[in-house]
Design a protein around this ligand. Structure first.
Ligand code: GTP
Ligand code: MG
Length: 198
């Protein structure tokens, strides 16, 4: 799929104020700093569409971006960032949970994980939460430019093993990406396009 237009629509912390158009929506979620906002910019060929930062905790709201005038990409705040205060963390958690519970347009979530790291408890817990809530999801490994080509398989195999150990008999669709090198761009976009066509 080719992205012709990508426009910022609205930021907010209240799922009730999200756009009401009944068009398919895909949301990026994962730990702070994993590269959610960067991936949105890479996929949409626009380095300044979503705000990014080398410091975790940059995205603090639900951000809707309308793609090709007929579907939404959603950038969410990260979870698991130790340095935000407990009360901020609780507020984030509340509206993220509300988003996943109430957003009827959501077709699939994508859980982003840094390919360099072993499976983290917080991600596995979030994946379990999505499974229990019946929310379809894929896994996007980020920052593949930071490891050698030869070790990609080792990292994804270790992750698959961790998913199996957490009770996932079948591994969800997964993608290997880099927002630096644009690795995996077509795979992610074609996957979304395929769902949009069905
Ligand atoms: P929060 O909004 O804080 O939750 O973070 P985020 O998940 O949106 O991360 P963001 O896109 O802001 O990126 C965090 C840092 O990682 C930035 O310094 C990015 O430049 C860097 N980064 C993101 N993706 C990649 C990647 O694929 N490769 C490399 N090398 N760096 C990346
Ligand atoms: Mg962000």
């Amino acid at each position: 799929m080719k992205i012709n237009t990508a426009e910022f629509i609205i930021s907010n912390s209240d799922v009730k104020k999200c756009p009401t158009e009944p068009i398919p929506e895909y949301a990026f979620i994962g730990r702070s700093n994993v590269g959610k906002s960067s991936l949105i910019n890479m996929l949409t060929n626009n380095k300044s569409l979503a705000k990014t930062s080398s410091r975790p905790g940059k995205t603090q709201l639900i951000n809707h971006f309308k793609i090709n005038s007929n579907w939404f990409l959603v950038d969410l705040p990260g979870y698991g960032y130790a340095k935000v205060s407990k009360s901020t963390k609780a507020i984030f958690q509340k509206f993220i949970t509300e988003y996943f519970e109430k957003r009827e347009q959501l077709v699939s979530a994508f859980v982003l994980v840094d390919i360099r790291h072993e499976a983290q408890k917080i991600d596995l817990e979030f994946i379990t939460y999505l499974g229990e809530s019946g929310i379809p999801f894929g896994i996007i490994f980020t920052k593949v430019d930071k490891i050698s080509k030869g070790s990609i398989q080792k990292h994804t195999a270790a992750y698959t093993k961790a998913l199996h150990a957490n009770g996932w008999e079948e591994v969800p669709p997964f993608f290997i990406t880099s927002s630096e090198s644009e690795f995996g761009k077509d795979e992610v976009l074609n996957y979304i396009d395929q769902i949009n066509q069905d």
